[in-house]
Design a protein around this ligand. Structure first.
Ligand SMILES: CC(=O)SCCNC(=O)CCNC(=O)[C@H](O)C(C)(C)COP(=O)(O)OP(=O)(O)OC[C@H]1O[C@@H](n2cnc3c(N)ncnc32)[C@H](O)[C@@H]1OP(=O)(O)O
Ligand SMILES: O=CC(=O)O
Ligand SMILES: [Mg+2]
Length: 547
């Protein structure tokens, strides 16, 4: 029975007790979200797609074993005809034609209102890199988005010292940013929803629940729903997503192709399959996005055992490095050939209060990054903070008078396999090493405390940026013969010293999110960096500790 029809049915056993489905956590007001019919819908997704999800995750492990044995990623031979073929993706809907500035951010009610009201063209509501997936965050996020779609979302900040808290309300719909939702990646489970005794996929929970409650309302306004899909590694993963979205459309009684997606190209294997990913989703895909932070993380992870591809410290791995430039230019060329938007990514700098010079320097970096993107041919970009919207808009308005620049074909771009895997030149400084340790610990502490995005030294840090720091530490410590630029050996003593010195430094000097979880974060980082094998995602072991 389709959910359209099923919704008319009487609930059977009450929320949380549908046959085979167990919801093991509670959050105030969750019942209207997790109705028996909604849970049935989620169970349907799980039962239909869990085997395929597991197969895709196994395929990732198999491919990594090939890389670990010295293999290198490359364009696929079996899809050469598809790459050479002349085809385009389906037309892009009007609401997604102009995407020059997109703001992204976590899904708490205040952020959702601020982002929708921000003046950006689009808002990516993020259940992924910037959200720690506590049950409370996920349910509150789904509640906030459902109310936002209904136009009823309001929020009042807590009163401080007798002064009433600020009240937040949505602008009229026509003045709001267009909403896109990013569910978690395929690797993450949602442990609080168990179906037939097993946890369901976090991706299917986030996307499924949002679609179930909002798809028809959004479709009625000609607004999708629209999604950003993260961390894909192959064409087969795109096929899986397409099957899921086909199923959701059928179950909710929506026309085929109503659900639109933008796919983040943020893994090294995926850059070799961009045509294939566009093709697999061609009835619904509207763009690819350069998710640069996860991409760098994926480069490190893919080449974890390749001593000749060790990257320099995080701060030196910028988008002007040849392998990253090649990635963004190939993405633009591929998208524009196929009629899709080529979205840029996120500069990590955020506004710095109380220091005008430092603020000007940070904004200059963001400006340079946006200028590089628009000049290269990107159709839009991301900002992490509302104060950066005017800057990004100004740069794109000046260089891109049209809603997008799909006419910029970049046919002269020639990118080879070797361009995409070329190692970066640079160094590892003591400061860079210690900064990686500090970022990992502070980010992990915040994440364990339920906060998935924090400013650290005036840079936006989220799961993707922290993963670069974490995997670099592991790779540096497990590669033979690496030295800091001052000549000292990179060894575990360096890590121990950095970790031992950290708590005093942090608790004495900083009021930081997740301060109470620092010891736990240190323990986890210590264990992960000492382990013989690199953990695929920091969030996998950390999720076991999350409520
Ligand atoms: C690698 C990737 O995946 S990138 C995508 C994922 N990352 C993100 O989305 C980053 C989102 N950004 C953020 O979470 C925040 O901007 C941070 C954590 C970096 C900085 O946050 P803060 O230190 O709280 O910023 P700050 O205090 O300057 O905020 C000022 C105001 O802007 C709001 N604001 C800040 N960032 C955002 C945002 N991204 N969306 C909406 N509103 C925002 C704050 O809520 C605050 O509102 P208020 O004045 O009504 O209280
Ligand atoms: O999701 C974006 C990224 O840079 O990672
Ligand atoms: Mg990412």
């Amino acid at each position: 029975m389709s959910a359209v029809l099923a919704e008319q049915r009487e609930p059977r056993n009450g929320a949380g007790s549908v046959t085979g489905i167990e919801v093991t956590a509670t959050f105030p007001g969750q019942e209207p979200l997790l109705t028996p019919v909604a849970l049935d819908f989620l169970a349907g997704l799980h039962r239909r797609f869990e085997t395929s999800r597991k197969a895709r995750l196994a395929a990732r492990r198999e491919r990594q074993a090939f890389f670990d044995a010295g293999g290198l990623p490359d364009f696929r031979a079996d899809t050469a005809a598809l790459r050479a073929g002349d085809w385009r993706v389906a037309p892009i809907p009007a609401a997604l034609q102009g995407r020059r500035v997109e703001i992204t951010g976590p899904v708490d009610p205040k952020m959702v209102i601020n982002a929708l009201n921000s003046g950006a063209n689009c808002y990516m509501a993020d259940f992924e890199d910037s959200t720690a997936p506590t049950w409370a965050n996920l349910v509150a996020g789904q509640q906030a988005l459902r109310q936002a779609v209904a136009g009823t979302l309001e929020y009042t900040a807590p009163a401080v010292a007798g002064t009433p808290g600020k009240h937040y309300a949505l602008k009229p719909f026509e003045q709001q940013a267009v909403l896109l939702v990013r569910p978690r990646g395929w690797h993450l489970d949602e442990k609080h929803v168990r179906i037939d005794g097993a946890p369901m996929s976090g991706s299917l929970f986030d996307l499924g629940l949002f679609a179930f409650h909002n798809a028809r309302a959004l479709a009625a306004k000609d607004r999708g729903p629209y999604f950003y899909l993260p961390k894909l590694q192959s064409m087969e993963e795109a096929v899986l997503w397409n099957d899921v979205l086909d199923h959701v459309e059928r179950a909710l009684g929506l026309p085929a192709g109503q659900l639109k997606v933008t796919v983040l190209i943020e893994t090294l294997p995926a850059v070799f399959e961009m045509d294939e990913i566009l093709h697999a989703l061609r009835g619904r895909i509207v763009g690819l996005n350069c998710g640069r932070w996860d991409y760098v993380f994926s480069y490190i992870k893919t080449f974890r055992r390749h001593r000749d591809k060790v990257l320099p410290e995080r701060g030196q791995v910028t988008m002007t490095q040849p392998f990253l430039r090649a990635y963004s230019e190939l993405l633009i060329q591929t998208c524009h050939k196929r009629g899709a938007h080529a979205m840029g990514g996120m500069a990590a700098q955020i506004p710095i209060s109380g220091d005008a010079d430092a603020n000007a320097a940070a904004l200059a970096k963001v400006r340079a990054d946006k200028l590089r993107e628009v000049t290269a041919g990107h159709d839009g970009t991301w900002v992490a903070h509302p104060a950066l919207i005017p800057l990004a808009r100004e740069v794109f308005d000046e260089r891109m008078p049209t809603p997008h620049q799909q006419h910029v074909k970049r046919e002269e771009v020639v990118v080879t396999r070797d361009d995409l895997i070329k190692p970066s030149l640079g160094t590892i400084t003591r400061r860079g090493f210690e900064n990686n340790v500090e970022v990992c610990v502070r980010y992990l502490a915040a994440w364990l405390d339920g906060n998935g995005c924090v400013p650290i030294h005036w840079l936006m840090e989220d799961a993707a940026t922290a993963e670069i720091a974490r995997t670099q530490l592991w790779q540096w410590l497990h590669s033979d013969g690496l030295h800091l630029d001052d000549g000292s050996e990179v060894d575990f003593a360096l890590l121990e010293r950095a970790l031992i010195n950290l708590p005093a430094k942090l608790t004495d000097r900083l009021q930081m999110p997740g301060g109470s979880r620092v010891a736990e974060a240190i323990g986890l980082l210590d264990r992960l960096t000492h382990a013989d094998t690199l953990e695929d995602f920091l969030t996998l072991p950390a999720y076991k500790r999350l409520s």
